[in-house]
Design a protein around this ligand. Structure first.
Ligand code: HEC
Length: 175
């Protein structure tokens, strides 16, 4: 075999192995996604994914809005004492670990959530739009986290002054 032919074969083999490598990598990543989360499944992993893509940490985790996932998971969903004050009063994003610790029965928790239209800025509509298996997964994920952090203060009626720092949600008209 002359040298040119040798290098041609070598290059071709490289291409074939290269392509096989890419295909394997693609199907591997596909399989990983499939094994991680399939439609309709109820799992801690799916609940974690839903919490991450739905912005729950932005309000329910101290510092998350500023630092994002640099905040370790050990601090996720432990509630914040920064109030959100608006026309309906001042509300506090609950310590979800504590709240869920009291609801071992996922079905009963979902019933409670679906019947509840609480205070803003909690996106109640988004929670209500979740399917039962999504809510069951969220329930499973939050309950997989150890209970930690203090309970948040109770909400404050509109005519009362909050005793904590708060964000003002009242609309301001331009001058
Ligand atoms: C914009 C801020 C914000 C976001 C985003 C948010 N929440 Fe809330 N959440 C709150 C506030 C404030 C309350 C308290 C509402 C009340 O007192 O009625 C609350 C209350 C709750 C409660 C009731 C807890 C209890 O103590 O009874 C649950 C459950 C809950 N949130 C889950 C979630 C989940 C799950 C997500 C993500 C899909 C989420 N929240 C996203 C602000 C938020």
């Amino acid at each position: 075999m002359n040298t040119d032919r040798f290098f041609q074969i070598l290059a071709l083999t490289g291409v074939i192995f290269g392509i096989r490598g890419i295909t394997r990598a693609l199907s591997d990543s596909g399989r990983k996604i499939e094994t991680a989360i399939t439609a309709g499944e109820v799992s801690v992993e799916r609940g974690r994914h839903l919490i991450r893509i739905s912005g729950c940490n932005d309000c329910h985790t101290p510092g998350f809005m500023e630092k994002g996932e640099a905040i370790p998971e050990t601090e996720w969903l432990t509630g914040t004492v920064l109030g959100w004050r608006g026309p309906r009063g001042t509300s506090y994003p609950s310590n979800l670990r504590r709240q869920l610790a009291a609801w071992s029965d996922a079905g009963k928790w979902i019933e409670m959530i679906r019947a509840r239209h609480g205070l803003p800025p909690m996106p109640w509509t988004s929670l209500h739009a979740m399917t039962d298996d999504e809510l069951r997964s969220v329930h499973a994920y939050i309950r997989s986290l150890p209970v930690s952090g203090d309970p948040v203060p109770p909400s404050v009626p509109p005519d009362q002054e909050p005793k904590t720092p708060y964000l003002n949600l009242a609309p301001v008209m331009p001058l």
